[in-house]
Design a protein around this ligand. Structure first.
Ligand SMILES: [Zn+2]
Length: 618
């Protein structure tokens, strides 16, 4: 009902109350040529106390690169998995593989919601949650959010004197592997061109790079896992495009890139890093850059400012809560490409049954007694109780339709004279009031205890406090935890209604089966729900999804609902397109046409933003 949830739209927040307990499994890229950055990041994320994270590396990759095993063994065994089968059912795989192989993605996606970091493979669009820390090449689909690849340092280094003398301490680091030998090539070139004396240079030798002789007086650092701790002591970093470049910029250190490939260079240019060529450093270009140290600082400042608003990757993961649903909640199909992504949620449409579902990664929502007052008023400008009479009036119209479809069947037990009606999600009971006046033996079930009490005490209509989804159908006095359970009897109702409730259920399939079991044969199931076939959706899917409340787990179309209901044992007798808003139509189309005419066509073409559906149990 309520349309605005500003707190959730901000996305996962670091340090927010109730840090998540998601069981992340980090799968880093480990193929030859991928460097050690992904593995180092996985080890670091899994070691953090805030995450129940573990690392998985494909055993085949370890066999072909035994040098990785020793690095992986630095992590305690309880922080690793040795096979995909070992992942527990509540795992959330975090794939940091650059291009996840399709077969691996498909295998994992059947069991878990997939979270991707900088995913650039063909399965990107199907990931339940996408975080980009580096710019992608080409126009790939937007991620759920952009994050910094590393934590920004707590304090910036102090400003230093300007002029060429400002680069008195130079750091050179080309990752853990440096297969192309860029570090050595660069050091030799810098010395030959007399750009820096050997004393001013420090080289970080990665654990997998070929050890060798470095020119005398050049300082060598070994066993450094993160540049972030080291780089702040230097004035200039030479590296290739990657996490290290960001670590330097965030620490206030100037950066010059030499890239191992055109791909790295394209990314570097896109993000605005100064660079001096691919494989071979172009010294003329470097001289020009060094002669204007202010330009290097300005480039670093610009990158830092542009990325300043992004949260760090670790904080994003720590702030993810709930568990993003990865399969269609109606039929269990894996998703097609995502419909829309936001910092706290992703929308998918089921290719099999057309239901749109929400994969929610933000803070879980709690209903409270103020819901009907504050949030309803925020959206509609009046409280739910103030609307009571209008809703009751629309209830009378709905009841006329329901009674038209309610047909006694031989042996079915339908009582057209005084039918038994259950309204699930009864709220303050306006529909129940109309049903009672219409001669029904009406009762409700409502999650909100204040609303349920109002129905019982003021309207004098039976109404249980509880959740229809978890209420037991078969008689049972106490639930497993000893809490009282709401009980229902199969084949006991002539009519079951759900006005704007179906979309709230996490398990609509379970709810539809339950409705079917509770209804007598020939009984009527009537519902109303937002429409993904109305003008608002057709006009702008992304805006529709952005405005769809975070507690709406599904969005339906009349056509999709019709076929799904058939599978659950219903025959749909009528669909009414409702919620017509001429002012929401395309401006170009509305120009000069009276609202009444637009409204007429909206009704004719069923372009309402909500719909009602009336079905009979077959
Ligand atoms: Zn489906």
């Amino acid at each position: 009902m309520a349309q605005k949830k500003p707190a959730d739209l901000k996305g996962p927040q670091a340090g927010s109350a109730g840090r998540n307990t998601l069981s992340f499994v980090f799968l880093p890229a480990t193929a030859p040529g991928e460097g050690l950055g992904h593995l180092a990041r996985a080890l670091s994320l899994a070691s953090q106390a805030t995450s129940r994270g573990r690392v998985f590396v494909d055993p085949d990759a370890l066999r072909s690169r035994p040098e990785l095993s020793s690095i992986l063994r630095s992590l305690p065994a309880r922080k690793r998995y040795d096979s995909l089968e070992a992942f527990p059912p509540d795992s959330v795989p975090v794939l940091d593989m650059r291009r996840t192989p399709s077969d691996l993605a498909a295998e994992l996606a059947e069991r878990f919601p997939l979270c991707g970091i900088d995913e650039g493979g063909p399965e990107r669009t199907r990931f339940a949650f996408l975080i980009d820390t580096l710019p992608g090449r080409g126009n790939r689909d937007a991620a759920n959010l952009q994050a910094l690849p590393c934590e920004p340092p707590s304090a910036r280094r102090p400003a230093r004197p300007t002029g060429t003398a400002s680069f008195s301490r130079v750091l050179i680091s080309f990752g853990g592997e440096d297969r192309a030998g860029l570090g050595r090539t660069l050091v030799e070139a810098l010395l030959q061109a007399r750009l820096f004396s050997p004393r001013r240079m420090t080289v970080v030798e990665g654990p997998l790079s070929r050890p060798g002789d470095w020119p005398e007086k050049v300082r060598i650092v070994r066993g450094c896992r993160s540049l972030g701790e080291l780089v702040g002591e230097y004035d200039l970093l030479f590296t290739h495009f990657g996490i290290g470049a960001y670590e330097a910029v965030l620490a206030g250190v100037s950066v010059v890139l030499v890239n191992p490939s055109g791909y790295h260079r394209a990314l570097a240019r896109r993000e605005g890093f100064p660079e001096i060529g691919v494989s071979v450093p172009r010294l003329g270009r470097l001289r020009r850059l060094l002669s204007r140290p202010g330009s290097l600082e300005a480039a670093a400042d610009a990158i830092r400012e542009r990325t300043a608003a992004r949260p760090a990757l670790e904080s994003v993961l720590a702030g993810l809560s709930g568990r993003g649903r990865h399969l269609c909640p109606v039929c269990g199909s894996p998703p097609g490409p995502a419909l829309a992504r936001f910092p706290a949620k992703t929308y998918f449409r089921c290719p099999a049954c057309a239901v749109i579902w929400l994969s929610f990664w933000g803070a879980p929502r709690v209903y409270h007694d103020a819901y009907f007052f504050e949030e309803y008023r925020a959206q509609y400008g009046r409280t739910y109780l103030e609307d009571f009479l209008a809703i009751k009036q629309s209830g009378r119209e709905r009841l006329r339709l329901i009674f038209r479809f309610l047909r006694p069947r031989p042996g079915g037990g339908i009582r057209p004279g005084k039918p038994r009606l259950l309204d699930a999600g009864a709220a303050y009971g306006p529909f129940l009031a109309a049903a009672a006046e219409h001669g029904c033996e009406a009762e409700g079930i409502e999650l909100n205890s204040a609303a349920a009490r109002y129905v019982r005490t003021v309207l004098k209509i039976p109404c249980r406090t509880g959740d229809f989804a978890t209420a037991r159908v078969t008689p049972e006095i106490r639930g497993a935890g000893g809490e009282p359970r709401v009980r229902f009897t199969p084949n006991s109702y002539d009519i079951i209604t759900m006005w704007y409730i179906l979309e709230h259920f996490d398990d609509p399939a379970g709810v539809l089966s339950k409705v079917n079991r509770l209804l007598k044969p020939g009984g009527v199931f009537a519902l109303a729900t937002p429409s993904a076939a109305g003008v608002s959706f057709l006009k702008n899917k992304r805006r529709f999804c952005a405005a769809s409340p975070d507690d709406h787990a599904t969005v339906w179309t009349p056509r999709g609902a019709r076929s799904v209901l058939a599978r659950f044992g219903f025959s749909v007798r009528a669909v009414r397109s409702t919620g017509h808003h001429p002012e929401r139509f395309w401006k170009r189309l509305r120009g000069g046409i009276p609202a009444a005419v637009v409204g007429f066509f909206s009704r004719l073409l069923c372009l309402g933003d909500t719909f009602e559906l009336y079905a009979v149990k077959t």
